[in-house]
Ligand binder design. Structure first.
Ligand SMILES: [Zn+2]
Length: 79
């Protein structure tokens, strides 16, 4: 995965998060943290968000692209 692929992947995540209304009040979610973890032999990128209006929390999970080619010391958390 090159830098452009990584940017497209991250960009698509933000589009999904920005287009998802809060399930409680319909407000917008704000990204709090993001990290990779591995579950069921699949790398997932989990982004923790909270609602800007009511504070309701939601975790967005995305299937991560091939991350093995990326330097694990750069902003990837493998739990
Ligand atoms: Zn809300």
């Amino acid at each position: 995965m090159n830098v452009m692929d990584a940017m497209r992947f991250i960009e698509s995540e933000f589009i999904i998060i920005n287009s998802t209304p809060c399930s409680v009040c319909g407000g917008h979610y704000i990204t709090e943290s993001s990290g990779f973890h591995v579950a069921d032999h699949a790398a997932m990128n989990v982004t923790s968000c909270y609602c800007e209006r009511c504070g309701s929390r939601k975790d967005f999970s995305f299937r991560a692209p091939q991350i093995s080619s990326m330097d694990p010391s750069t902003s990837i958390q493998l739990n």
